[in-house]
Design a protein around this ligand. Sequence first.
Ligand code: GDP
Ligand code: MG
Length: 597
Amino acid sequence: MKNIRNFCIIAHIDHGKSTLADRLLDFTGSVTEREKQEQLLDNMDLERERGITIKSHAIQMDYIHEGEHFVLNLIDTPGHVDFSYEVSRSIAACEGALLVVDAAQSIQAQTISNLYLALENDLEIIPVLNKVDLPSANIEEVTDDIVDLLGCDPSDVIPASAKTGLGIQEILDAIINRIPAPSGKVDAPLRALIFDSVYNPFRGVETFFRVINGTIKKGQHIKFVNTGKTYYADEVGTLKLQQLAKKEIKTGDVGYLITGIKDAREVKVGDTITDAENPTKEAVAGFEDVKPMVFAGIYPVDTEEYEDLRASMEKLQLNDASLVFTPESSAALGFGFRCGFLGMLHLEIIQERLEREFDMTVITTVPNVSYHAYTNKNPDDIILVNNPSDLPEPSTLNRVEEPYIKATIITKSDYVGNVMSLCIEKRGEITNQTYLTTERVELTFDMPLAEIVFDFYDRLKTVSRGYASFDYSPIGMRVSKLVKVDVLLNGNKVDALSALLHVDNAYDIGKKMCEKLKELIPRQQFDIPIQAAIGAKIIARETVKALRKDVTAKCYGGDISRKRKLLEKQKKGKKRMRQVGNVEIPQEAFMAVLKLN
Ligand code: GDP
Ligand code: MG
């Protein structure tokens, strides 16, 4: 145990976490030439393409320090706010963290929120100033920022370049010298923290854990404390680049477990593994059932594909436990599913995976958060509103509550004004403003989740010219004045286009929605009126004008290559079009409400 070190890397996105992990693997000889690929830890195709780490993974390195053999377990953490609970569990499995800060960008919101998580878990922090090779690196200034933030000595900050390899030796030595060895009870009943799991179609769910007390052995009868289920440990082992089966994994170490579980939902991140016959008295603290934050309908473009879609979603859920769905039907779109996601990135990933891995063509409807509604008849009973159409009739409605978050934004002092205006526009209330340095300001706001899950981050980047970072955490439900805005096409209400909006914005957004839909809905042989309404009251109107005959003639006549192009374009467009009544609606129209600016 005294020669084990468990650590993670905390960094804002793009500050160099994955690159640094690769350098550490290189330096410790953990990768053969053949295995060398950029950013080894991001092993899902989608992750690599998007350049982000979606799921956390762990990897074990061997390192000889002054003639002594050490085992270093690096636990990788996801870099996106959608996955912050997983970050917290990975952090809880470590004794130390490398705090990686980009020398050209300095400290960002994500770094700070994860740093707080690490400090709450009493982790030893090793600050690493990365990218010192860049001409734009502000070595002294950013070192000062780090010293201010941590209250450490400037000499504790390790200048490094994950690109050139500078500082890697120093980082490894610091991991050995500064991070404490694990301190569990070898003789106590088994107590291991699940910090991640991955679905493997051949082997079932692979569970990644950190042993806190006791030992987990191959063949052992084990129990997951929070789900209450028992299994046999068919295989345990350590996570090298490949998995390496072992007889047992001891106190303080990190490993994987295979029990033949075929459903990802049985393995909950944060749960405790113990011995079924001799269970631990105390589960590991901090377990939470993750709840979806964003909901949207997913419908097959071709109504015939409903059963295929159901089968695909079920398969997808087997390897992504955070996806939830229930069947729903829409007057406009027919049968589909109301799905819950951790955030917008998660939604995009699911949509992409359905199309790539399952060859489905789907329509995703306007996403919304989860509201609580109360009727006058039963003012204490929560009605969960995950779909605008679930909102009770306005006349029977007592009140509606919406989820709020605390938003933390770090920006340059020059952009404070812009950031404030944006947050106020998004119904934010400022709760704090702190100058971290003369140049850098931390702002905190209470804001409705609904205002930030959609386009907020992009807008923030624009108004701050990229000099703002953002993080958030939920702070509960608050009463809010919300109304349902419906959209009518050609006089027919299209339920899949309804949205719940704050009453102060409803008129403005209703108008913009009509304008946007006018742009997106292709012209047809007849006029298509587009209307926005609250109840029976029409609040905005636009018209998609009919195609003139000669325009069509012109398009289809003449140049053959142009004609082919047009046909191809139509074919592609078809893929994501949905016929509603006699109007064709493209996928973008369903997301229009999110992209009004
Ligand atoms: P992550 O999002 O924190 O995992 O960041 P990555 O490791 O993916 O790095 C983001 C970008 O910064 C990539 O283009 C890297 O090649 C680059 N990068 C990482 N470390 C360094 C460094 O030390 N110097 C320079 N110049 N670029 C780096
Ligand atoms: Mg990365």
